[in-house]
Write a protein that binds this ligand. Sequence first.
Ligand code: B3K
Ligand code: ZN
Length: 891
Amino acid sequence: APTIHRRDYQAFPYLLPRTQLFFDLDAERTRVHAILEFERVGDAALPLVLNGEQLTLESLLLNGQALTTNDYQLTTETLTLNPDSARFTLEITAFCGPQANTALMGLYVSGNSLFTQCEAEGFRRITWFPDRPDVMSRYTVTLRADKSRYPVLLSNGNLAGTRDLPDGRHEAVWEDPFPKPSYLFALVAGTFDCRETTVQTRSGRSALLQIYSDPGTRPKTAWALECLKRSVAWDETRFGLELDLDRFMIVAARDFNMGAMENKGLNVFNSSYILADPDSATDASYEAIESVIGHEYFHNWTGNRVTCRDWFQLSLKEGLTVFRDQEFSADMMAHGLGPHEAASARAVKRIDDVAMLRVAQFPEDAGPMAHPIRPESYQEIGNFYTATIYEKGAEVIRMMHTLLGEETFQAGIQEYFRRHDGQAVTCDDFVNAMESAWQARQPERNLKVFRHWYEQAGTPLVQVHLNYDAAQQRCTITLSQSNPPVGIERQQQGLHKPALHIPVAIGMLDKQGQTLAVPGADSTTGTVMLELTQTEQSWVFEHVPTAPVLSLLRGFSAPVRIAYEQADAELALLASHDTDPFARWEAGQALAARQLLLLAAQHDAAQPAADITLLKHTWQTLIADASLTPAYLARVLSLPPEKIVMADMLPMNPAAVAQARLQLRQQLGEQLAQEWLHIYHAHQHADAGAYSPDAVSAGRRALKNLALSYLAAAQHPQALTLAQTQYEQSDNLTDRMAGLAALMQWKDPSPGQAALTGFYDSWQGDPLIVDRWFALQASSPATQVQDVRRLMQHPAFTLRTPNRARAVVFQFCQNNLLNVHNPQGYAFWAEQVVTLDAINPEIAARLARAFDNWAQYAPDLRDAVRQALESIRDHAPLSKNVAEIVNKALQ
Ligand code: B3K
Ligand code: ZN
């Protein structure tokens, strides 16, 4: 497939002010009649090239005149005409087949209903069209369908009218007042429950908010509607952005490739991010629902009102909107709490977000798919909805927020909308607006060096050097940065990666753990912000009475890795005393990670178990610290994920790290058994009354269930009864799943097996719970390749529903590190990638990335992955999506 380059961007030579679409909806064969009013932009009569795929053309009219095959060129991907007038109307009638559409891009069937997914390039599967984000048009959409089968007919904007038609059909007409790119088009047709409410927006307009979901699921949409109301209110208060529509709809779909989609006024969601009640959703899912509903809603401004000029600018909307949803969640979690608890709640959110970044984005940035947050090239844009675009993109926005401060950042946001409302723009346009707001207040500041974050791939390494002169009481800190070429950058000869603008927040502690008052530091936190903008820079601090212990990258002030030699004892001191909750957590994690690396290295050598005394004592101090909230303590006492630990291991041996983690869990379970029991009982009843998903109660459950899992790992005599009782008696899925997971850790498999069988029998009617039942097994250390294959024989298994494929195949390939990293595991993976590719290329390409970092694996594993990759590459035909991933992995 051809590579598309950012530098080749060219504006579309025609405007398309008006688009009328008429759908005769039918699952087998849908007829789409499009009336497109084009206007030439320049004087030259350039060819009109429209995108279209998987369509059958019925007729084509230019200004009412039927065209013959001599008048246009049709390929499998384009329709080209040579119009000779400056304004003309094109009428296209075409057919598409929703039922046969297993890729879930364009118009497709899920359950008994019809849905669309158009981002990035799905609209071209609905009709021929300039399917690119910089062509914005006003849509009027007429939907016609059988009324009994499709009683609900929805599209973007406002409902202009409905009427009944002959033969039991009916019609709905929707008008979207806002011009939009085709990727934001949506329609939904089917039978749904609806939950709705009316809200007053800031300027006093009233807006109808609706959640549509499968018949019978209305009891599970109360939380989603609540989250939508909160999102509307939050965007007004924190960002000054008001809902611009009379009606905002969300529809839940069981079959959906991603989490959700921000179509103008008609969001379509994966049902896993809508449906929730205490029996079917965990605390984590309640939290995820809040965050995704916020995310899609916030896109209404950052993405829809101002959209992307081209897909290289994807992070313009995604990084910014992730930053916004992260802030929304943090504000919601801190809401109503006292200052200390609120700060802790924010730190917990930050910890979770950073952990995610390190698990998903850091490895991506070190592998064959590494790309800048604004990529320079791609073959298939569907492959670039990545952790880099989203999560690293959000970190880049967050750094601007850190540098500018909340008030100036908000002024920059206002300036961005003042300049660009209604336009399709670039990342540069955003940075320019921010910079001008900054300079309006501080004329000497600029984002010149900062802009390089948009150009470079790779996680920068910041090396820290400390020099303390006791006689002069002078402390000198030297920071240097490096970011060697990664991924595709390695093929660019003579590539120069300039220094980045990196805000590094630091603090200093004395040997007793007291904050050292550093000149220039924030008076309450003791934090100093060092702005590294060159390859190497030094900062001198006078009047520092004693050699400091450094607390580095507080709050994770930049998406970098830090290299600094720090003794175990210093990490333990920071873990016990750092006033910055993020850095404090970080120090404890670093200590645990060292232990895991030691254990993993000993794995083959059959040496005696490593001494964990320091880690144990540190954790005891933390457990005894009454100032720590349960949610925070749950993060502090969790062992770092394998994928984070592995970043410091070369060559990587994933199974050894997974094994080490199990082993350390067991040791900590045994040696801190009294503490775990105490914690378990102290938080056994997280809610005073009925289950509540609020962050404080969720934090108590997280800590209690962590204690239970350590006790189970240790095979503690009381653990079996505790797990059994909790599994049977809890009134919510979080506790029930934790009980079940603890039972599954038991050496004797029978209690776990019995519980699994009972669980399925009880909840088989709910697909989202069944997904969890599958996922728990697929990721279990007891599950080998042959067990996953057996799981896939289960009557409830299908590869066609992405959620189910993710629950089984992805869980095993991505998260069962103990059992997938062997030739059989890799062969299974390759086979599934190929099978899925024929069904759903976008999903297959994600699975194809499971072993992105294979070049860093131990030699025997590397050979086995290479073989598996080659077997995928040699399979024909491959989708563009999978071909791009596999070819890059093999380069
Ligand atoms: N913008 C969508 C992404 C859909 C991409 C599908 N290929 C979800 C989101 O970021 O909100
Ligand atoms: Zn998004």
